[in-house]
Design a protein around this ligand. Structure first.
Ligand code: HEM
Length: 233
């Protein structure tokens, strides 16, 4: 029961977060920074609430998990369309991750559309480019259906912003995105830890290597240059 309720609660928070980040992305596209910052700040609190919902599951033992694992069949987090939308908005695009949604045409079509749309970070970088920052064309015109790859020039843009006015709008944008990145990283790591406690090195119900696969996901930085730029400020 706790597992079922927690997954439903988290699905609902994913829906809220997708809504907030789509609002923020649209606001940035329209050069409405205050509206974008409001949505990002709201999402910070919502991410805290999402992450707090790990607590009831965090101490699941292998025997407890085994007692209902069979009932999940091949069911897995890979089937969460909202989580996939959320990862796409953060720049973690992947056409391969659409495969588990082939059986649900509506969700598949929505994800297919989202795969080709700019994410939150794409909109933030386009916004900075319109304000005169030297974001390179290779980033601005990138293939949106691929995972966002870090760029040295983008790192230099953030370092320059962070060396400037600490109370300026662009530092605020950087910090709001960094908060989001940190809290998403926490979700991934809490998920990894709960999984490690519940099933050790077993394979996932969705067919992945389980903990080993989740470790790779959890090691990734969200909005990578916002982290690496700090070494050059
Ligand atoms: C402690 C209980 C849990 C265990 C043991 C567990 C295990 C796993 C494993 C092994 C994977 C990798 C895919 C696979 O092979 O199935 C995975 C992925 C995933 N799980 Fe869980 N999970 C747990 C709880 C949850 C909860 C409560 C949610 C909330 C919705 C969730 C959402 C997801 C999502 C969205 C993915 C895909 C992650 C990605 O694409 O990076 N899991 N989980």
């Amino acid at each position: 029961m706790v597992f079922l309720v927690t997954t439903q609660v988290m699905e609902l928070w994913f829906t809220v977060l997708v809504h907030e980040w789509e609002t923020a992305a649209r606001a940035l596209r329209e050069d409405e920074l205050p509206r974008a910052l409001d949505a990002l700040r709201r999402s910070r609190r919502e991410l805290d609430a999402l992450n707090a919902s790990w607590l009831p599951l965090a101490g699941l033992t292998p025997a407890q998990f085994n007692s209902y694992r069979g009932a999940l069949g091949e069911g897995s987090g890979f089937q969460s369309a909202m989580y996939r939308r959320l990862e796409f908005l953060l720049g973690e695009k992947s056409a391969a991750m659409l495969v588990p949604h082939r059986g649900t045409p509506r969700a598949h079509a929505e994800l297919e559309k989202a795969l080709h749309e700019p994410g939150l970070y794409d909109e933030a970088l386009r916004f900075l480019a319109r304000r005169g920052h030297p974001v390179p064309p290779s980033v601005l015109d990138r293939d949106l259906s691929r995972r966002y790859e870090p760029s040295e020039q983008v790192e230099a843009v953030w370092a320059e912003i962070y060396r400037g006015d600490q109370r300026g709008e662009e530092v605020r944008l950087g910090e709001a995105l960094t908060d989001v990145g940190e809290l998403v990283w926490r979700w991934r790591n809490d998920h990894l830890t709960a999984t490690r406690r519940a099933m050790g090195s077993k394979q996932g119900t969705g067919g992945s290597a389980g903990v080993a696969w989740l470790e790779k996901r959890a090691a990734k930085s969200v909005f990578p240059e916002l982290w690496t730029a700090r070494g050059n400020v």
